[in-house]
Ligand binder design. Sequence first.
Ligand SMILES: Nc1ncnc2c1ncn2[C@@H]1O[C@H](COP(=O)(O)OP(=O)(O)O)[C@@H](O)[C@H]1O
Ligand SMILES: O=P(O)(O)OC[C@H]1O[C@](O)(COP(=O)(O)O)[C@@H](O)[C@@H]1O
Length: 315
Amino acid sequence: MRLVTLTLNPAIDQTVTLDALTPGSVHRARSVWSDAGGKGVNVACCLADWGLSVAVTGVLGQDNAAPFAQLLAAKGIDDRFVWIPGETRTNLKLLDAGSGETTDINLPGLDIGPSTIEAVRAVLADLTGPGSLAVLAGSLPRSAPADTYARLTAELKRRGVRVVLDASGPALAATLAAGRDSLPDAIKPNRHELEEWAGRPLPAIPDVLDAARTLQRGGLTLVCVSLGAEGALFVSSEGAFRALPPPTRVASTVGAGDALVAGLVAGLHDGLPLPDLARRALAFAAGKLSRTGANLPGRAEVEAIAGEIRVEPLG
Ligand SMILES: Nc1ncnc2c1ncn2[C@@H]1O[C@H](COP(=O)(O)OP(=O)(O)O)[C@@H](O)[C@H]1O
Ligand SMILES: O=P(O)(O)OC[C@H]1O[C@](O)(COP(=O)(O)O)[C@@H](O)[C@@H]1O
């Protein structure tokens, strides 16, 4: 199965570690480091670490493309990014060393025109065919129409490609509203993104389950809702399950959701039954959490973590 990820708005993640984050005050950073990232890049990195061959496309600014090219080459990922003039955005991740919490400041990124979207669409078409799986991930550039993912999904599905979408806000809403032919096979909102779509708070697990079931019954094969330290919920025609994370040493939460998506893709790749797919997805997330950047430990360690993950059926 050919695996491809799309990142229309990648980012260099600059993580600044602070003793404590206090809005409105001057901070002296303990440390700073940068990782080439963005959702589809991170998903591909985790899949490559797991041992699957994967291609990436999307849009990079040519003025600071080198760290992306180096990372992708080091991981053996087929790099099919389209380069345009300008700089890819830098997103700030403020890590409070006391609480371990990260505050994300995600910038808008490069504007891209219709001809660039068309160039990326052509690369995607070239990389995929019947039986392939494409992950469309992350925010859309401000200049891209909100229905960009819906249109790409419809075309991919027409050509027999399975689609996993990890998006939020209007990009997610537009795709879910565009009709059955444009529906992805799977989505992975976090609780906040699902609340935005539902238009109401989802404070308890039954509320989350209810919204996820509504989506799944509307034509999605799999809905996975990530719940941070509370784990994740998985809903498909096989049933509904809640997976609970193992005790996890958290080095950085940046990219945990992307690692979860990668685990889900690896599970779909192997045709795992839903409870095992849930274990695999959470094991990827837990493995990544113990490291900075989109890096997984070796396969044996990820499999050992998967063995520790509790999966409970939901009524
Ligand atoms: N603090 C944490 N402790 C343990 N596991 C976590 C923690 N934060 C995230 N995870 C794991 O990573 C997954 C994705 O994290 P989440 O924050 O929900 O995604 P996103 O980054 O997309 O918002 C969760 O489902 C969980 O398995
Ligand atoms: O495209 P968006 O929604 O702005 O998100 C981009 C950010 O998300 C990340 O991919 C991390 O995502 P997660 O923490 O949700 O896994 C970062 O690398 C990047 O800065």
